[in-house]
Design a protein around this ligand. Structure first.
Ligand SMILES: [Zn+2]
Length: 360
């Protein structure tokens, strides 16, 4: 499963409002995460029998690594493995707990994920990052968070029964690493952070050969309608539902990408704008205003496309015609299969979005 949609849909409204309440108590986005999942993990404590099986693991010591914020102090006391990814040094630590996977298998997965992100941005978004792996109940990569207030960090919860296939299909590590590429900003712009992580995760993995283009479009066609405004919704800055935050943000990214490409004769896209943002010093260890972020992203392309897209969507429930966009891009679904039409009006733009940057 590539997109957060199926993982998130089962979460009750009650939980969402509880999470939203907690979240919006802080002024700035300083801990980005798939919160909806995260809280479901917190509420499912390991069963007693499993704790007994791991009697050498102190539950209190485990709890230190499951706090709502990054446990920087506890992390720094762990043994670390250093991974060098292009410009970056990743310090990986394992919280107490048991995993079926070996540490080396986890380290390989973190390396591969970081390489996908680094390839997309032309560098890893920060020079140093802490990576905390927390064993969790069950199977599969469960959830993650990104933090920046005491240095870039991500925390990923990995089910103790996970196998290599679970790591292969994981999207969470990359999603969280992409959060490191955006400065912290006011909480009302959370949709921008989540939208970028959802959108770039798919595109970057496709560019790296992990996903096919058809797979990505299938996911977008299925899930982007969740991001359209419902009755009573306002602009993206003012309606903070799950759909508007994750998929409304992703729609913004797609539209901005197309717009930049149309304005630059398809020479540049959102990827170039985001690379420009990092080059201007933007990453999640900084706190920037939305204006600073938009200015830095537009600077690289010499256009105002990202700013203009923001102005169209931030306080107005803009409802783009997604069906027309798929058609113009040359993406259709026939008998459940994605068919790509290279003669469609925006087919060249679609192809350019999926072309690794050094090949353009
Ligand atoms: Zn996220």
């Amino acid at each position: 499963m590539i997109k957060p949609v199926s993982q998130f849909l089962h979460i009750s409204n009650l939980l969402v409002s509880r999470v939203a309440l907690l979240y919006f108590k802080t002024l700035f986005i300083n801990a980005l995460s798939c919160f909806f999942l995260f809280f479901s993990i917190l509420s499912s404590q390991p069963a007693q029998s499993q704790l007994n099986k791991q009697s050498i693991i102190d539950p209190a010591n485990q709890a230190k690594f499951r706090t709502s914020h990054m446990p920087y102090t506890a992390f720094d006391k762990l043994n670390h493995t250093i991974l060098k990814i292009d410009n970056a040094t990743l310090k990986v630590g394992f919280a107490p707990g048991k995993l079926d996977l070996s540490n080396q298998q986890i380290l390989n997965w973190i390396t591969n994920s970081a390489e996908v992100v680094s390839k997309y941005y032309g560098q890893f978004p920060v020079n140093d990052a802490r990576v905390l792996i927390v064993p969790a109940q069950g199977k599969g990569v469960k959830t993650g968070q990104a933090f920046g207030y005491r240095g870039a960090a991500i925390r990923v919860f990995v089910g103790e029964k996970s196998d290599l296939n679970d790591l292969k299909k994981d999207w969470i590590a990359i999603h969280e690493m992409i959060h490191l590429a955006l400065p912290n900003t006011h909480q009302r712009h959370l949709w921008l952070a989540e939208g970028l992580s959802v959108y770039v995760e798919s595109i970057s993995r496709a560019q790296a050969g992990q996903l096919s283009e058809a797979f990505v479009w299938n996911g977008f066609m299925k899930s982007m309608p969740f991001g359209l405004p419902k009755e009573g919704d306002k602009g993206l800055d003012y309606t903070h539902t799950w759909g508007r935050t994750y998929w409304g943000g992703a729609i913004f990214c797609l539209l901005a990408d197309i717009e930049i490409r149309q304005q630059t004769n398809n020479k540049m896209g959102l990827q170039d704008a985001l690379i420009g943002l990092i080059k201007k010093g933007g990453n999640n260890e900084r706190i920037w205003s939305i204006s600073e972020i938009l200015e830095a992203t537009d600077y690289a392309t010499g256009k105002k496309a990202v700013y203009e897209q923001y102005m169209k969507m931030y306080n107005t429930p803009m409802k783009p015609d997604l069906e027309k966009i798929w058609k113009d891009l040359g993406v259709t679904k026939l008998n459940g299969k994605i068919v790509l039409d290279n003669n469609a009006p925006l087919a060249k733009i679609r192809q350019a979005i999926f072309t690794p940057r050094n090949n353009q």
